[in-house]
Design a protein. Structure first.
Length: 331
């Protein structure tokens, strides 16, 4: 099993320095962004496409640092009803499969995407708990008319390239839990589309990540290490916290998500927060999580994703790495 980090948190640093940071933290795996919501400062796409020499030189940087490039990440919304977002994010997934094959990187991490509720819709629409048949109508359209055709094509491309596409089960996507992951895999006869197991999005839904790994089994291709802390406010507002605030495109802390859309500002007293590994669930939990992943694939890569807003980039990575390594030492 390889323990590493998703390098988006270190996008302000050049690749060589980023790899040095990971190595100093005792990690041996890296996941690099290739598109989607975020830019790709650690991946020279044009050079990689241009020549084998460029690819060899790129991978040599990882080898020199004692780090293995285990995955490309292009999280986005490839099913977005706004064509400005959809066309880029959908192509980014196709490109990541191609780039992964060129580099010998056999894992691409992304999201399933979310369409509008109907053919005329202009914004994504997430229908959960469809107690009203109108929501079932919306889901029928989203799955049958949009998602399944797109993902059948991705499955075919991934199989041809022998690259596994790993879907992060993320709310505000069609695939957000075990049942929806199994549905997609069944509908597209998946052999090269499966799950990236990120516990952070499962915790706040009330899902046990260890049980989820054991249920999905060989459909789990890759994993993230990110924790979630459920706060006291959840007793009042529940986990479906509605108090996010719009961030204008001209604000200094804006995070663009494609087209005219931006990342909303998190509530100050949120029902739950993403935190570094060990700050939401203790090391024994993470040992059980790693054990379940190892049962699926002893060579599984588990990459830290640092989104703890209470810790700076290095402090958060260091704490997560220490706790993750402590968990692995108990296997």
């Amino acid at each position: 099993m390889k323990l590493g980090a998703y390098t988006a948190v270190l996008h302000d640093k050049p690749l060589t320095e980023t790899l040095r940071v990971l190595r100093e933290l005792g990690l041996d795996s890296a996941e690099i962004n290739s598109g989607g919501f975020l830019p790709a400062p650690h991946l020279p796409v044009a050079e990689i496409r241009a020549s084998q020499d460029a690819r060899d030189a790129y991978l040599a940087q990882f080898a020199a640092a004692g780090i293995t490039l285990t995955a490309l990440n292009c999280n986005g919304n490839p099913l977005h009803p706004d064509p400005e977002v959809r066309e880029k994010h959908a192509q980014d997934v196709r490109d990541a499969i191609e780039l992964g094959a060129l580099l010998g990187v056999r894992r691409v991490v992304t999201m399933s995407g979310l369409p509008a509720s109907d053919p005329g819709g202009r914004l994504p629409s997430w229908s959960v708990l469809p107690w009203d048949s109108a929501y079932l109508d919306a889901l029928d359209y989203q799955w049958d008319e949009v998602a399944i055709p797109y993902w059948k094509d991705i499955q075919a491309r991934a199989a041809d390239a022998d690259v596994k596409v790993c879907i992060e089960m993320h709310p505000h996507n069609l695939v957000y839990n075990v049942g929806t992951m199994e549905r997609l895999a069944t509908e597209i006869d998946a052999t090269h589309v499966g799950a990236e197991m990120d516990p952070s999005h499962l915790f706040w839904q009330g899902i046990d990540p260890v049980a989820a790994v054991r249920r999905l089994g060989s459909l789990v291709y890759n994993a993230a290490a990110k924790d979630t802390r459920i706060n006291e406010e959840a007793k009042i507002n529940g986990v479906l916290d509605h108090r996010h605030v719009r961030v204008r495109p001209d604000e200094p802390d804006v995070v663009p998500l494609g087209g005219r859309y931006t990342l909303s500002r998190w509530p100050k007293n949120a029902s739950w927060d993403f935190v570094a590994v060990g700050r939401g669930h203790d090391v024994p939990f993470w040992t059980e999580f790693l054990k379940a992943l190892r049962e699926v694939d002893p060579d599984m890569a588990v990459n830290i994703e640092h989104e703890d807003q209470e810790l700076d980039q290095i402090e958060g990575l260091r704490l997560a790495a220490e706790n993750l390594k402590s968990a692995a030492a108990q296997l």
